[in-house]
Structures are given as C-alpha cells and as structure tokens.
Ligand binder design. Structure first.
Ligand SMILES: *Cc1c(COP(=O)(O)O)cnc(C)c1O
Length: 495
C-alpha cells in the first residue's frame, strides 16, 4: 500500500513520495507531509544488530513506499559510504551524563550531510520514476551548513545544477571557504547582501513564481529544493534517532523500553521534527527538547503559543541556528491543528502578513511532547569550556547550545531520564568560537593555526573537509542584493 503525501495547506491533493521529493515545495506554498506517520515494522531487538545502512532501509521504506527495494538500497549505499570517516556513520559518545550522537562525520562535517548525501540519489531516482527529462535546478538558501553539504552532494551529478545563496558576513570563515572553493561544473554560489531569512524568502518566492516556472520550463529547466522543507531530507533524518536508540540498547546503556529524552539544537526545525517522527514510529522518546540560541523565537513559541518573528535578528556563534522563520515548524503546526490544512494556511498567511500568529489552546495541548529552552552566548561558551576541562571532549557551538539547554532542563524539571544530544557539527568547523570559549588567549589567532591547536589539545585528527580547503582556489565570487536573487538565477542559467 502506498503512503501518500499532501500539502500542509491543502489536504485534498495527494502525491506519491517520489513526486513530493521532486517538487520540494507544494504549489500552494505548503510543505509535503505524509498522510500519517508509519510505524516501524521491525522490533528493537532486530534493530539492535543492524548497521546504519540496514536501519536506514528499515525506516525509509516505511515512508518512501513508491521506491522499489533495489532503488532505495542503491540510494542508501551510494550515500552512506566512504564519504563518512567512520563505518558506523553516526557514532554515539558518552560525555559526562549525556550521550552525544555525532552527526558530523560526513563530507562537510555538519549534520546536513546525513540527509544531503542521499538527497541527490533520491531526487535523480524520483526523476527517472516520473519520466522527468528537464534538467533539475536545485535552489538553496543556506545559513552556512546546508549550502556546502548540498554542493558536495550535487556536484557533477548528471541532470542537475545547483545554485546556493548565503548571507554575506553571516557564516563562519570556514563555512564560506568551504562553499566558495566548491568544485563541479554544475555548481554556483552567490553571497547576498542580507541575512538568512532574506535568502530563504527569496528562494521561496522563486518557487512560488509561476511566470519564472514557465520561462525555465521553456529553457528545459525545473526547480527543486535541497532545503530542509524537502521531505527527502526529513525522512533520512528519522533514521539516526532510531539507530541511536537501538545502539543505546545494544550497549546496555538503557533497558528495553526505557524512555529517553532528546535535545536538538534547532534552527529550521527539521532535525527535531525528525526526532518527533521517530517517536511516532515507535521509538521510546519522552521529551523532545528544542534548544535555541539567542534567536529564541521557538523558545517563546513553546512558552506562550505565540510565534512572533518581529524581533531583532541576532548574529551568534551558532550561525546555522540564526533563524527567525523556522520553516519546518509548519509541519508541526499542521499536525497539532489536527491535520487541518485550512487552519494551518490561515496561520501561515498571518505569519507572512504580520510576522506573528497564535495557536489555539487545543493546539497547545498537543505540544506536550516538546519542551523549549535557550542558551545565551555566555552559557554556550561556558559549556564548551567546562566540558573540555572535565572530560577532554570538545564540542562545537551549536551542540553546546543543546548541551546547555539539556542540563538546564534536567535541573529545572527534575526529569532525570537519560538524554541524547544531537551533535550537529565538528568543532573544527567553528574553530574560532570554539577555541575562544576554551581560552580567551586564542581570540586573535589565525583560524588555520587554531585548527592545529584544537587537534593537539583534543587528540582528534583534523578532518579531511578542513584539510581540503587549506590551499584550494576560490571559484565563486558572485554577490547580489537580496531583491535581485531572481535576476541572478536567470543570468546563471542563461534564461
Ligand atoms: C542546520 C543546523 C542546525 C539546525 O538544524 P535544523 O534542522 O535547521 O533545526 C543546527 N546545527 C548545525 C550545525 C546545523 O548545520
């Protein structure tokens, strides 16, 4: 039986999983959601002994029901291979009293690799299945990590082009270097004069632009999205929560059926939504703890039921979480509205027009699985330093937001369930902030010097992703104003 997908703004029109992946965003501007969250059809005992790839198949086949076994296994095996620097793909590391699920062992050393290494394969398979002959143009807005991971995933993939927009000055130096040195004839990288929300809104507007769609179609192109609004990114992210729970069980860190909490450093709400889906599939997760940095729009939402983006945008040391419009939250809003697409569409219209909406008391009750927290810049730095001093383990700034919130939550709530922290980036990627948190004396040091220093104090080898950019040529130097993104895309494509 096929699991179908519909837009969060129109529940009538159904599409298959492969159609949803191809389209990225629904025509009405909504996000594709499965009609229901499927249950796991294997037991935890079976999952315990499975490899990452086997777990991925067990989870993804439940969602992507129009892919054949052969197709899906091919996608999985092409994605989770030597591009990762460890066979286990997503290692679990016990740090003090929490478990860090390290999601940064892929090509670009941030968790976006977990989904973006498989998305190109899902997308090209979906194109074949649906008889698409046009060239697929991936448009992506990035707060730093998605861009590079998408570029790495799509570089030189036949039948695709990828254009990435990032906010000039809004990403770390390492992130910027990773993007502007990207190889591949089908890749373009553009710095926009604006912040991430401007970039994301610009990309969304192009997806909704029917005129542009026609022009592109005439030229043999079709847009798709590698942003976390694409269901083809969300589904692969469910996998590692299932995998992590099974490994905790296998390592006898937890008892059979024991509930754990999960803390996720959150920006666009994709990663934590995947954890929520894992819970609904049957993984014994109690609380989903949503950790924000000083851009705490989600924390305020969980506290008050009001989502209000009308506030100052703060640049923090966890730039991949510097977001005021959390796109994937729409999928949760739709769910807690009782899958009421009209109600969701109303709220999203209010968000677009006024920048604010309030959910109903009944919807708030359905948020009981979630807890919100936030960490200030000082708290985040202190957690990095103290953890290093106590355990020798060095975490990145995003992970530190989650670790700080996890500790606060435990203290404030008295809930002492074991806690999994989604560790979303390698500390090498945010080297300057990480090293300065450990010791102020590093504040004025050069980034590449700090990389050697971090490797020496932590005993962790410098990742390939960093070695590669040390001497690489800059290949992309385009910039544009936030309101000129469409013109830039047309120029790149020669339309
Ligand atoms: C993207 C990103 C996040 C936020 O994840 P969402 O799924 O957007 O909530 C957190 N940490 C890092 C390092 C990231 O790259």
């Amino acid at each position: 039986m096929n699991l179908l997908y519909n837009s969060t703004r129109n529940a009538e029109k159904k599409v298959t999983a492969s159609e949803a992946i191809l389209k990225g965003l629904a025509d009405d501007g909504g996000l594709f959601v499965p009609e229901y969250i499927p249950k796991l059809d294997v037991t935890m005992d079976e999952l315990k002994s499975m490899s990452y790839q086997e777990t991925a198949y067990a989870v993804m086949k439940q969602f992507l029901t129009d892919f054949t076994e052969e197709e899906l296994k091919h996608c999985i095996n092409s994605a989770y291979d030597e591009k990762f620097d460890t066979e286990v793909i997503a290692p679990l590391v016990k740090v003090g009293d929490t478990y860090h699920l390290e999601l940064f062992h892929g090509a670009t050393i941030a968790f976006k690799d977990m989904a973006l290494s498989i998305l190109p394969h899902l997308l090209t398979t979906a194109a074949k299945k649906n008889g698409v002959t046009k060239e697929i143009v991936i448009l992506t807005a990035t707060s730093g990590d998605t861009g590079k991971a998408a570029l790495a995933g799509f570089a030189d993939v036949p039948g695709t082009k990828i254009i990435v927009f990032y906010p000039k000055g809004g990403v770390s130096r390492i992130q910027e270097l990773q993007m502007v040195t990207q190889k591949g004839d089908n890749t373009s990288v553009v710095a926009i004069h604006g912040n991430f929300d401007n970039a994301q809104s610009g990309v969304k507007a192009m997806f909704e632009d029917k005129e542009l769609e026609k022009e592109l179609s005439a030229a043999g192109y079709q847009f798709s999205s590698a942003n976390s609004i694409n269901i083809g990114r969300l589904v692969p992210q469910v996998v590692y929560y299932v995998y992590a729970y099974a490994k905790l069980l296998e390592n006898e860190e937890i008892a059979s059926g024991e509930e754990i909490n999960v803390t996720v450093p959150t920006g666009n709400f994709g990663n934590i939504l995947a954890a929520y889906y894992a819970k609904q599939m049957g993984v014994p997760i109690a609380k989903l703890i949503c950790a924000s940095n000083e851009n705490k729009v989600l924390f305020d939402f969980f506290e008050t039921g009001v989502y209000d983006r009308n506030r100052e945008f703060i640049l923090t040391s966890s730039p991949s979480m510097d977001i005021l419009i959390s796109s994937n939250l729409e999928r949760l809003i739709y769910t807690i509205a009782g899958q009421d697409a009209q109600k969701n569409a109303e709220l999203m219209a209010q968000l677009k027009e006024k920048g604010v909406y309030e959910i109903t008391p009944q919807m708030r009750e359905r948020l009981a699985d979630f807890a919100g927290g936030f960490a200030t810049e000082e708290e985040c730095a202190a957690t990095i330093r103290k953890t290093y001093e106590r355990t020798g383990y060095v975490m990145d700034t995003h992970t530190s937001v989650a670790a700080s919130v996890c500790a606060q939550y435990r203290k404030d709530s008295g809930d002492d369930r074991k806690c999994l922290v989604a560790s979303t980036a390698s500390p090498f990627k945010f080297i300057h902030s990480v090293m300065t948190a450990i010791d102020g004396k590093y504040a004025s040091a050069d980034e590449f010097g700090l990389i050697d220093e971090l490797s020496s104090i932590s005993g962790v080898e410098i990742p390939n992703a960093i070695k590669e950019i040390r001497n690489a040529d800059i290949r992309h130097e385009q910039e544009c104003d936030a309101d000129k993104m469409k013109e830039t895309v047309k120029k790149i494509l020669g339309v």
